[in-house]
Design a protein around this ligand. Sequence first.
Ligand code: 0A1
Ligand code: ZN
Length: 890
Amino acid sequence: DKQAIRRLICSVATQPISTEAKMEAPKEIFLKDYKMPEYYFDKVDLNFSLGEEKTFVSSKIVVYPRIEGVSSPLVLDGHDLKLVTIKVNGEELKKEDYNLDSRHLTLSSPPSGTFTLEIVTEIYPQKNTSLEGLYKSSGNFCTQCEAEGFRKITFYQDRPDIMAKYSVRIEADKSLYPVLLSNGNLIEQGELEGGKHYVLWEDPFKKPCYLFALVAGQLESRDDKFVTRSGREVALRIWTPAQDLPKTVHAMYSLKAAMKWDEDVFGLEYDLDLFNIVAVPDFNMGAMENKSLNIFNSKLVLASPETASDADYAAILGVIGHEYFHNWTGNRVTCRDWFQLSLKEGLTVFRDQEFSSDMGSRPVKRIDDVSRLRNYQFPQDAGPMAHPVRPHSYIKMDNFYTVTVYEKGAEVVRMYKTLLGSQGFRKGMDLYFKRHDGQAVTCEEFFAAMRDANEANFHNFLLWYSQAGTPSVKVTSSFNAEAKTYSLKFSQEVPPTPGQQVKEPMFIPVAVGLLDSNGNDIPLTSLYHDGMLESISASGQPVHTVVLQVKKKEEEFVFSNISERPIPSILRGYSAPIRLESDLTDSDLLFLLAHDSDEFNRWEAGQVLARKIMLNLVADFQQSKPLILDAKFVDGIKSMLCDPSLDKEFIAKAITLPGAGEIMDMMEVADPDAVHAVRSFIRKHLASELKAEFLSTVESNRSTEPYVFNHNNMSRRALKNTALAYLASLDDPEITSLALHEYKSATNMTEQFAAMAAIAQNPGKARDDVLADFYSKWENDYLVVNKWFALQAFSDIPGNVENVKKLLNHPAFDMHNPNKDGSGYRFLGEIVVQLDKINPQVASRMVSAFSRWRRYDATRQAAAKEQLEMIMAANGLSENVFEIASKSLA
Ligand code: 0A1
Ligand code: ZN
């Protein structure tokens, strides 16, 4: 089509493409501006020639216009690329036929029908320190394309609604890169001249470019297989450097468990004959769900009893599951645009949470997930970076891989299940796949599938996607003995967040049970609501938990046939991501702690009580009053600790105090010193009052059996380690030698590390010695050394910043540490500026530590603000860091 080619409008490239291209003013991108692409890509053939200095990438793309016969400009994204040649329908374009700037390659009027576009680019993976696009990690090539890294590999419409079928040919030196991997099936391989070889991969499924992956290097695989329920045999391979292969047993177990679980619970089968996982040491996130070629941060693959803790084993199980589950929720059905990220992430986190629950203890998993939400997501939702589960705008998408999109997003998915029940939820999922397999869709489509499959009335549920901020719900109760009714009155408030001053009431599912005076669940029969009497037990079966649908700013529900004043168990299983305030008394809470059949709420009752106590003590501390701990609280903890009927991991959770972050989040002005002092005081007090019980807990939970990753054994270790940590707070030489004994006799990392951590609570020679010993044991295992470092970096001991600096010059930092001199702030500020030049994604994550500066006292505020301003003034700041720093100062 020579005519069409000649018609391409010529303009001048504004800037040469180079790695030093100047940053343009950061541009904010809005959801409301979404436009469908003018062109789609059908088939993409990529050809990589991997070299030591440069890599050539050739692409051949079949392009067709959205509307046949209409030609509009085709804008391709490209960043840090050197354009070598560009052809349309086989004809090379001249410089004047296209427009090239530092971020785009524009063909102003391409042919108006289907055409082929061929582009050759030159890239420099060896120089790529950002860990996005194609880069090198420990000598191997690997890729990371989500969210917008593919544009660093070749010119492309780098957006998830462009889905195409890919074939990938890779050629490279055979001795340096014996293994060459990409997505899909291996079609062909062979030798080439000059010591080179090549492979050809073909992925039969359409995919967005963010799911593209390539790996090349010296790797070996652990091989296994999985037979799907329809009888197809899938080859499973986990790739690592040869010496790490023994540490992939647990990852393989996790993968097979995930594959089976997705079949059993969601009826979802794997769709190719090969599934690869590659572990790389340099990776910005946890892992990535590239189609059939998942790439993982090594710490989420490699484990052995001696080097990985129970928490590591559990994280590996969860993340292997997460990435695998993305094959359906993310890959087969993907996102229309990046604002919809939670469509795949919230849903997939929900799925991995459920998987881990089914593989271990459901209540304990729920407790962990809710704690995480409270400690990380609540503060985000109350700070300058607060954004809805589906953000309205972003400068750099990388900054929106957040606890809000992931964890709050998972809570939103969980609410559908709470409202619809397991079967209704499954019907909704089935319909979602039936309607949208192979498509790039939005959160509304997920909502509609849930609604339509169940003919449900979801009212204003979609507000969960658009309103930021954690709703606050107050509930007051009253019992009417004559009428035998029990009323719960709810009122809700959603706090203002940046750009959203006024909020509408949300649709909040509140799961409620009522306990009688013996602690048993009262059968619930009917309730009055909106002037109507509604039956609760439609099937005639007794119902012990009912899900109230709170939709208005103020709303009352009245249970009938209640003959004694009940103790309410509200928000069972944490049925909505809200802050709940109730009129429960301390004795109600102690009663729930002892009796609630909902284990989550049992734990929660203890936490509510602990939070109350901690906040009161913080006030006392601030007024220099003596600190006194309520004896009833000590008794409550004691009875949990000594209750043989309880799950040990549950006990470990139930006797652990709420984190400092959670308490500061509830304060008008966060006071880290006071919270720290109060938390230490309570821990010490409990340890000294319950010393005998803690000691016997440690003793009775030792084991000489070899390490097994299962709930029983993990529970035992968790309880033992929690008891030891309490005891160590006493800073008593006898306890130190006990901990040292545990440290020396430990046969697994869980117990060895916990014993070291216990000793390291207190500064002194024992601490220095055990840290030195541990380091010398493990200095050759970087994953273990990372743990060793993290322990010290996050330590509470006085003067810790100097320790940390001295140690490794490592960027770790805890905003909660009391470092009034501001040296910690300067330390972090400098690191951010340096790191931003190398890896903007990680640098911007570190700036987030400053983002809640306004919550602190004047001295800390000044120190943090100074650093934020210093960062903003730095030369050549990345968009990533710019976005967080500027929003934090706004
Ligand atoms: N989709 C991955 C997370 C991920 C996101 C971005 C990345 O690079 C910037 C890497 C991984 C997941 O949810 O696991
Ligand atoms: Zn994910």
